[in-house]
Ligand binder design. Sequence first.
Ligand code: 3HC
Length: 289
Amino acid sequence: MRTIAVIGAGQMGTGIAQTVAAHGMQVMLSDIDLATANGGKAKIETSVTKLVGRGKIEADQAEALLSRITPVGDYAPMEAADLIIEAATEREEIKNTIFERAGKVLGPDAIMASNTSSIPITRMANHSPDPERFIGLHFFNPVPVMGLIEVIPGLATASQTTDRVTGFAEGLGKQVVLSQDEPGFVVNRILLPMINEAVFVLGQSTAGIEDIDKGCRLGLNHPMGPLQLADFVGLDTCLDIIKVLYKTTRDSKYRPAPLLVKYVEAGWLGRKSGRGFYDYSGDAPVPTR
Ligand code: 3HC
């Protein structure tokens, strides 16, 4: 694959664009408008500049990487893409509209993929022009660092599509886990109940934020505690995923923790809003409870 389109220039979309461009492919990056797509490229520039500053990559490599990323204001240029990756907000109606609109320009051999964290692939495939060429491609945050991509074929996905997308993922230096199209796939089905339970533990005052995170860091050897990780992923995204698990399975074990709902209602979404379980306004994060 030579040209990849990424729809959604948020945390995941920019991480995907950076990783793909770092592996020599051309990237079109889009969002609701050109200004937002340009903003996404600016975030990538900041991230890549840090890598140069830390001696991880050379300045000319960074320049070449950035030159391969073109922000676009509409979907028309994506007719040249071999693969369109949707990485928009985790809301099914938003994603479906993207598949319908971008589907109009999808090339005859091109593949359309969703970076959904939990929404059924088989169901979304019906909004794309060809369910045989539609698949789930689930990246992990921070995309340039994390070694895993989940590949999720829907019921109608052709095996050739799965093979091509697996080759693409491996070409990015990632390892692939193939998952059936079940709610939350493999990793989020395990991760989100853990994060949600950590919020119940906090809500019941069993321990404070710092001790919950410390417990999992030191007791389980996780690089981040569950509340710190929730802030990192975004509390709105966490709530969206646990809601999908609850709605699709109707299993009460996935009911969202009331405190998680409250934080999202308050606009305390984690790192991206400056406050979640931690306050990020100072030099170092400070627990808020
Ligand atoms: N691009 C390229 N490299 C980057 C980078 C970027 N944007 N950001 C960081 N790095 C590199 C650094 O250069 C460094 O490389 P080195 O080891 O060669 O020096 C390495 O990544 C680690 O970075 P830092 O030293 O700055 O930070 P830490 O050592 O504190 O690690 C972390 C940060 C990798 C985020 C670590 O805390 C971690 O692994 N946390 C858990 C992350 C996790 O669980 N992610 C999954 C979330 S779930 C998900 O995404 C699914 C979704 O659907 C919800």
